[in-house]
Design a protein around this ligand. Structure first.
Ligand SMILES: Cc1ncc(COP(=O)(O)O)c(C=O)c1O
Length: 410
């Protein structure tokens, strides 16, 4: 099929009619979609986007920076950043509404590279992550031309081993490396596991004192950012002094439609990537990856956060955990032989079903529930393959029941 640029005009009604199929083809967020990393957007978010689209200002620039007088949607964006900074442990933050987790990761790692290069005038940087890190982390390392990228071993809980980290840093330091960027993850998407931020923080502090390294830790919280803070887990975020920046996704469990993410970093850092942009109002400086951005998306993020607050997010997260625990109990009750792993403060769990031939679900069941069998680091979590389930509010107990009934029939 060849697509040609249209020569003639077409009337708007015809265009809308041609798009009608979009309503039918998409079965997003059905109760049996067990592996969706996003969920049905909150009606309030849709309402704000529709109602205020006409007043959609370009939110270009970063509105938390010094000497910026923000109003309208820019003021709302500023408030979003401060409210989320507060959720992650400090009000002393800069940041902006990104288009998603990938942009937030690129932004954090770009800032990390420039900060370390400027601080130590040493160009070489060792970039540390794990084999479970999201591919956007490697993408950012590529864009930023990071020459040395190392996967640190995982511990037995599916997070970065701080002992292995210490060993690598000492070895690299002995070879002359001084600067280290770490991309940690709050909620790996395959396993729901998390990196032990507090232990890593202590390790880095100790190594800085002992061997004089410099570091910058970026936290990829695309999956856990709106789950973990509302669980019973020990707080994770800027309370650890090594965490310099965080990337969040509001189009996952922030109940925004695609696309909306958040980038946060400690105040005082943004100057390392800020650039003059003469045509901008205010301080005529931009410090974002994306430049022009949607004001109405920032307004919708603001509306969701104000509407739900900690109370509302906690209720929704509890509901996700109830769905997770319901499935686990049901599988046990029905005598299905299975293993699972994850973190009790996260809504992602990976299951391996031993009772199945080859431990594989039949293709039609995989398709029906949107499940994919993925390879896993067995040496860490004890599972070689598994099915990741993402427990989201759109999943119903009936659908989970139906799934277990189908498993029993295989
Ligand atoms: C852990 C993690 N980080 C980053 C991303 C990228 O987020 P986005 O697709 O919003 O760019 C994802 C996406 O699922 C993810 O799971």
């Amino acid at each position: 099929m060849i697509y040609r640029f249209p020569e003639k005009k077409s009337i708007p009604e015809k265009i809308i009619e041609q798009l009608e199929f979009l309503k039918k083809d998409v079965d997003l967020y059905a109760p049996e979609r067990f592996r969706q990393y996003s969920t049905a957007p909150d009606p309030l978010a849709l309402n704000i986007l529709e109602t205020f689209q006409k007043y959609n200002w370009n939110n270009i620039g970063m509105h938390t920076m010094k000497k910026v007088f923000a109003r309208g949607t820019r003021k709302l964006e500023q408030e979003v950043i401060y409210m989320l900074g507060d959720l992650f442990g400090t009000q002393k933050v800069d940041g902006y509404v990104t288009q998603g987790g990938t942009e937030g990761n690129l932004m954090g790692l770009w800032l990390a590279r420039n900060y370390l290069r400027a601080k130590t005038s040493e160009q070489n940087i060792v970039f540390l992550k794990t084999s479970l890190s999201h591919y956007s982390v490697s993408k950012a390392a590529d864009i930023l031309d990071m020459k040395k990228v190392i996967d640190v071993e995982l511990n037995d809980k599916g997070g970065m081993s701080f002992q292995a980290l210490e060993k690598i840093i000492r070895e690299e330091n002995a070879l002359g490396a001084k600067n280290f960027i770490l991309a940690l993850t709050l909620g790996y998407n395959k396993t729901g596991t998390i990196d032990p931020v507090a232990e890593i923080d202590l390790t880095l502090g100790k190594l800085k004192k002992e061997i004089g390294i410099e570091y910058f830790v970026h936290l990829d919280a695309a999956i856990g950012g709106f789950i973990y803070p509302f669980s019973e887990g020990e707080p994770i975020g800027f309370m650890s002094s090594s965490i310099y920046s965080i990337s969040l996704d509001m189009h996952k469990t922030g109940f925004m439609p695609h696309t909306a993410g958040i980038f946060l970093c400690r105040k005082g850092l943004i100057e390392y990537i800020a650039r003059p942009a003469h045509y901008l109002l205010g301080n005529k400086i931009d410090a974002t990856v994306s430049s022009s951005r949607s004001g109405v998306v920032a307004a919708a993020c603001w509306g969701i956060i104000k509407n739900l607050g900690r109370e509302g997010f906690t209720e929704r997260v509890k509901h996700c955990f109830e769905l997770r625990d319901f499935l686990i109990s049901l599988l046990k009750e029905k005598g299905i032989s299975f293993r699972y792993t994850g973190n009790k403060n996260m809504n992602v769990v990976v299951f391996e079903f031993y009772s199945l031939p080859d431990m594989r679900l039949p293709k039609d069941i995989e398709r029906k529930y949107g499940l994919i069998r993925v390879s896993l680091p067995k040496e860490s979590i004890g599972l070689s393959f598994g099915y990741a389930f993402v427990f989201m509010p759109h999943i119903s107990k009936e659908a989970l029941h139906g799934f277990v009934a189908e498993l029993c029939r295989i």
